[in-house]
Design a protein around this ligand. Structure first.
Ligand code: FAD
Length: 452
């Protein structure tokens, strides 16, 4: 829970400001604080009410499951049982390391992560929006929406996903905006990734009886998890990074080779994962662009998989005819003269069509233009030249040590970024197993910077 107005640490101590108290911000703060360095204090500024939850773990719907097994969701890379042990301490004696628990449960775990330092002098949590940062050679000043200011030595942006501005598409329901109440008419869900899976499960759990149409450009559904032995796959050679066609050919060959040995394609995808950031870093810009355009939809459905129990429910709804998956492109929504909702779409043949529905849920995910959807803070950093958007418009451009880059390519010594906001540099930096490693490394780097 939020605490405010904590005393400042004594003179001579260093303060690190973390902007954004979602999972990334909390994981970083915990890494900074657990190093037991008395001279460093942390302030987290979070505009929402729930520390540690952010977009992913604020849901209260127990049908929304983690898509990662318990064993892989520990907050600390060096303590793989931390989450499992926490579950057991909460009374879940049978907690299964290979199971998939609900996201509200994980939100409680994240919310409790900073408890050991709560009430102490080294942690200050402010409930406010950070709307601007003055960055000087000797420190930073944060300006808050409540008129407050925070002085710190360094600032880290852990501001997460650029969310769509609801006012721009008022006819669309946003999955992050909370429950909207039951709806029994036809529903159109735009996008067919894991957020769509959540929304379908919520509708079904609420007793929705109307048809549900899921529309996406490629008509691909996330694959399902299966238990596979870790470490079963070793590549024959390094992946080629120069051209995406070569990379995909190599990947398909590795999958065939593993399957010929009696293995499973998931072993290849999961085995490749620790190398993804290095592959992305070594890819020329043209190859990255080509990957985003041609290969990423296929990669994403194999990489971000759904739990088997979610898959079973979706399968039943498809078999009954209630749930339909179609290829097409959503263009816009409008209201007809009777106040009904009309989705203007194009089919795979590009022909325009209008679909009358009771609700449209926007599950197109987070790959939106980060500048067009920039928060006041990000917009001000872009305007002042303290940050810039990468050429592929994935997020802020940052260096390999998470230092925010300026338009002239120079690295900020005072401003850092982590989590999805840094995906232009790291690409595979949205899931906890990747973010927790980044938090561990960044904490070490920041402590070195402020203490030496
Ligand atoms: C629906 C969903 C399900 C997921 N499921 C899984 C899963 O099962 N397993 C897994 O490993 N990963 C999962 N992920 C991915 C992953 O856990 C998230 O990407 C991760 O939580 C990102 O956290 P974040 O803190 O960087 O961003 P966010 O969750 O977006 O949090 C950012 C926080 O910063 C705050 N903020 C932003 N700007 C400001 C500002 N200027 N001032 C103050 N506060 C600010 C926001 O209020 C927010 O709380 C999921 C992601 C989503 C979206």
């Amino acid at each position: 829970m939020m605490r405010t107005g904590l005393p400042r640490p004594g003179s001579g101590s260093r303060r690190i400001l973390v902007v954004g108290g979602g999972a990334s911000g909390v994981l970083l703060a915990a890494q900074l604080l657990r190093r037991d360095e008395d001279r460093v204090a942390v302030t987290i500024v979070e505009k929402g009410a729930m520390l540690g939850c952010g977009v992913a773990y604020s849901t209260t719907d127990p049908t929304h499951l983690l898509n990662t097994r318990v064993a892989n969701m520990s907050a600390y890379p060096s303590e793989p049982h931390h989450f499992l042990d926490w579950l057991k301490r909460q009374g879940d004696a049978d907690a299964d390391p290979d199971g998939f628990v609900s996201r509200p449960t994980y939100g409680r775990y994240m919310g409790a992560l900073l408890d050991p330092w709560s009430g102490g002098e080294r942690l200050d949590c402010r409930r406010a929006e950070c709307v601007g940062l003055d960055i000087r050679s000797d420190g930073v000043t944060a300006h808050l929406s409540d008129g407050g200011r925070i002085e710190a030595d360094l600032a880290v942006l852990a501001t997460g996903h650029a969310l769509p501005d609801r006012r721009k598409d008022p006819e669309l329901s946003q999955p992050w905006a909370g429950a909207e109440g039951p709806c029994h008419g036809p529903v159109l869900i735009v996008g067919s990734g894991l957020t769509m899976v959540d929304q379908v499960l919520s509708l079904l759990a609420a007793g929705h009886r109307g048809p549900i149409t899921v529309m996406s450009r490629h008509g691909l559904l996330p694959q399902v998890h299966r238990q596979v032995a870790p470490g079963g796959w070793t590549p024959e050679g390094p992946p080629p990074v120069g051209r995406v066609s070569d990379l995909m050919r190599w990947l398909r060959a590795e999958v065939r080779r593993r399957e010929d040995q009696g293995g499973d394609w998931r072993e290849v995808v999961d085995g490749l994962r620790p190398q993804i950031q290095a592959i992305w870093r070594d890819m020329p810009l043209a190859a990255r662009r080509s990957f985003l355009r041609h290969a990423s939809p296929w990669w994403e459905v194999h990489r971000h998989r759904m739990p088997p129990s979610s898959h079973e429910k979706l399968d039943l709804a498809r078999a009954s005819g209630q749930l339909r998956l179609v290829r097409g492109r959503f263009e816009r929504a409008s209201q007809d003269t009777g106040g009904g909702l009309v989705a203007h779409v194009r089919g795979p043949d590009h022909r325009p069509a209008d679909i009358r529905v009771a609700r449209i849920i926007d599950c197109r995910g987070i790959r939106r233009d980060p500048e067009a959807h920039a928060s006041p803070l990000i917009a001000s950093l872009l305007a002042s030249g303290e940050a810039f958007i990468d050429p592929l418009r994935l997020g802020l451009d940052v260096g390999p040590d998470c230092d925010v880059l300026r338009p002239d390519g120079s690295r900020s010594e005072r401003l850092f970024a982590m989590g999805p906001v840094s995906r232009a540099a790291f690409w595979e930096i949205t899931a906890i197993p990747d973010i927790r490693l980044q938090a561990e490394r960044l904490a070490r780097r920041l402590l070195d910077a402020v203490l030496t």
